[in-house]
Design a protein around this ligand. Structure first.
Ligand SMILES: Cc1ncc(COP(=O)(O)O)c(C=O)c1O
Length: 437
């Protein structure tokens, strides 16, 4: 095997030029956007080089960019797009909501319906509150835990992502909310439990994704997660499972699969039927803090917390499009895709691997074992970029970081086409693949 790093750089530069040449409209809109939005962007994760893709319309499992190129959408709006684009059930629900009069500024029946459907799916959630995003849900859950326990600190994990104000991907983000946090290594049971024990008197909660999502779809070791459950129970801290991304796995999220009942759970993404959504909930005694009929109630405001679009679309979608049997089936479908994709990489000897659970997958440009975020240090991001651009040219859209969230709208034929395309684009670059760092 040759090591020709320059050839990778050269191929990437050529792929980027080709991308730009074929997208004059995208380039033009990026220039316009830059005059109003910093870097032309208002959602950081969407940015990629050389200029980000700009979509004109989307339907089912498809996207069309402003230059008229079409793509199978394998990104599924970072997992919020589980139902594909504009599913008729959701269009009907949203139309119904619009006709009922959006923003009644009062309680209504639909928030109860969605809450009931969510509680049935996630029995650990005895009481819940809706928010507008997963970020907000996590902020509220952490704050609730601090009030409930009378303790300040939160134990989080390196590689964790709980929203723009609670980001620990490679250490704490500079724009994080100013909580007192301890960052432990993920999947390192002994270290995490020891840190928790050492800071037992001051730790309000352990906030953990049962699979690191944005951190690279790295599954939590069941023993690690069980140890967190046991230790938090013994030490009087709350265990918060961030299932904003993973609640779509199987019939009841990863907590059901693992048989772990957290004290609080945070949700988001697809559960609003594709509308803006978040929720936090769990133990009745903790959530009772927010009962406004209590004289000492905590306030949880939010103009759009019970907005009709999210409540009605979320309920229709969860109950009609993603009942438990469909959730199980879709998870198995994602597992099959991961197995087949891994098979392609193996057959070609390509320096890639794919991690994840069910319909949530992430391609990495390293063949070393991955059990925590730090293991991605050797991943050659240039190769991932190249694969991303090559796949775009053949009509498949995933995230530039290699993340995929399979939607219900993507067909088996489209998945077969994707696997064939991966094989083709990799086979067309034999020298470069062996030139990975
Ligand atoms: C695990 C996890 N938690 C929280 C969030 C934040 O959700 P939102 O983007 O709705 O604020 C995300 C979003 O990607 C997530 O993946």
């Amino acid at each position: 095997m040759t090591t020709d790093a320059d050839a990778v750089d050269e191929a990437l530069a050529t792929a980027q030029s080709r991308y730009l040449e074929r997208r004059p409209g995208t380039r033009d809109l990026h220039e316009q956007a830059r005059e109003l939005l910093p870097g032309g962007n208002t959602r950081t994760v969407l940015y990629h080089r050389p200029v980000p893709l700009r979509v004109a319309r989307a339907w089912d499992g498809m996207l069309e960019d402003v230059d008229g190129h079409t793509y199978v959408d394998l990104l599924g709006n970072y997992s919020a797009g589980l139902y594909g684009h504009s599913h008729p059930v959701i269009v009907a629900a949203v139309t119904d909501a619009l006709q009922r009069g959006v923003g009644p500024g009062a309680h209504h029946a639909h928030e109860i319906e969605l809450a009931r459907a969510v509680s049935e799916r996630f029995p650990s959630i005895e009481r819940m509150r809706f928010t507008n995003s997963g970020t907000e849900a996590n902020l509220m859950a952490v704050s609730a835990a601090r009030v409930f326990t009378g303790r300040e600190r939160v134990l989080v994990f390196r590689g964790g992502y709980h929203g723009g104000l609670l980001t620990f991907l490679d250490g704490a983000s500079a724009v994080n909310a100013p909580y007192d946090v301890l960052i432990a290594p993920y999947n390192a049971t002994e270290t995490a439990v020891r840190m928790l024990e050492e800071h037992a008197d001051t730790t309000a909660a352990v906030l953990v994704e049962p699979m690191l999502g944005a951190g690279g779809c790295i599954p939590g070791d069941p023993e690690f997660l069980r140890a967190l459950r046991t230790a938090t129970r013994e030490l009087g801290s709350l265990l918060i499972f961030d299932e904003v991304m993973t609640s779509r796995i199987g019939r009841g999220g990863l907590q059901d699969r693992l048989g772990i009942s957290p004290d609080l759970t945070t949700l988001g993404k697809y559960l609003g039927g594709g509308m803006s959504f978040g929720a936090f909930g769990g133990r009745e005694d903790v959530m009772a803090l927010f009962d406004p009929s209590r004289p000492d109630a905590l306030s949880h405001a939010g103009t759009f917390n019970n907005n009709l679009l999210s409540m009605i679309a979320g309920h229709a979608a969860l109950t009609r499009l993603y009942p438990p049997d469909v959730a199980e089936f879709h998870t198995a479908r994602g597992d099959d895709l991961r197995t087949e994709l891994a098979g392609v990489f193996r057959r070609l000897g390509a320096p890639f691997q794919v991690t994840g659970i069910g319909s949530l997958l992430n391609v990495h440009a390293t063949t070393e074992p991955i059990t925590r975020r730090e293991d991605l240090a050797g991943s050659d991001e240039r190769l991932k970029q190249l694969l991303f651009l090559d796949l775009l040219e053949t009509g498949y859209y995933l995230s530039a970081r290699g993340y995929m969230a399979l939607s219900l709208a993507v067909t088996d034929e489209q998945l077969e086409g994707f696997l064939t395309s991966v094989e083709k684009v990799l086979a067309a670059r034999p020298g470069l693949l062996s030139g990975a760092r």
